[in-house]
Design a protein around this ligand. Sequence first.
Ligand SMILES: NC(=O)c1ccc[n+]([C@@H]2O[C@H](COP(=O)([O-])OP(=O)(O)OC[C@H]3O[C@@H](n4cnc5c(N)ncnc54)[C@H](O)[C@@H]3O)[C@@H](O)[C@H]2O)c1
Length: 252
Amino acid sequence: MNRFEGKVALVTGGGSGIGRATALKFAAEGASVVIGNRKEKAGQETVDLIQQAGGKASFYRTDVSNLKDVQNLVQYTVDTYGGLDAAFNNAGVEDPQAMTPEQTEATFDLVINVNLKGVWYSMKCEIEQMLANGGGAIVNTSSIAGVIGYPGHAPYTASKHAVLGLTKTAALEYAQQGIRVNAVCPGAIETPLLDGLAEGDSATIDYMKSLHPIGRLGKPHEIANAVVWLCSDEASFVLGHGINVDGGFTAI
Ligand SMILES: NC(=O)c1ccc[n+]([C@@H]2O[C@H](COP(=O)([O-])OP(=O)(O)OC[C@H]3O[C@@H](n4cnc5c(N)ncnc54)[C@H](O)[C@@H]3O)[C@@H](O)[C@H]2O)c1
């Protein structure tokens, strides 16, 4: 399919995992893609993978918890490719496992600044640009931890619940101006972030699998498929929605 021929897509956290898979899919469907990532080497690797496959992509070093960086990222996208049609606000960090009172203020601030404020900063800049463009589509990364509680991960869970609130509110605000805002809520997906949470412990991975009725973890491309669909015209009547892509985790 070439649903994004002639379009421009922006992916934050595109240097790894879900963001990389989504950037590859946008590019495979014809989009020019800009990767905004804190780690330069990882972001450039995604660009290389897209270019090797014959697609168009560029990298711009970005810390999404820094508003100036995000403003520069969106400006770079417009200067390089002439507009912005789709944005996937996906950069995120996990927190170390600890009971709620034992989480540190430094962890709480980091997780909220990246996972929540970073999404707000991104929408702040993207919506302005999309209004000037005549419309667009935005998908924010929440989590099943944005829908249900996740013991041992209070800052992460709070950030992901709040992303759904931001998503619904922005969707309502711009529903009549051609901008659709949605969210994706992944279950446990095989990425470096998940490896960090499991700390290489195979018993933890097996336990995580057992929580998913489908009997396995998800793959990054399974999230990418949902995100790219949400950004496409096929989802033209979908807005303010958080789609659970979780192997049935939240259906129990
Ligand atoms: N993997 C899972 O099981 C899972 C489940 C639910 C939700 N998520 C969410 O999906 C998103 C992507 O996670 P992933 O599993 O692909 O993780 P990942 O660690 O593989 O990728 C995250 C990417 O974000 C980048 N990043 C981190 N902080 C950044 C910052 N401040 N500014 C810019 N880039 C930054 C990293 O460099 C990395 O490239 C995150 O928001 C995560 O919370 C993941």
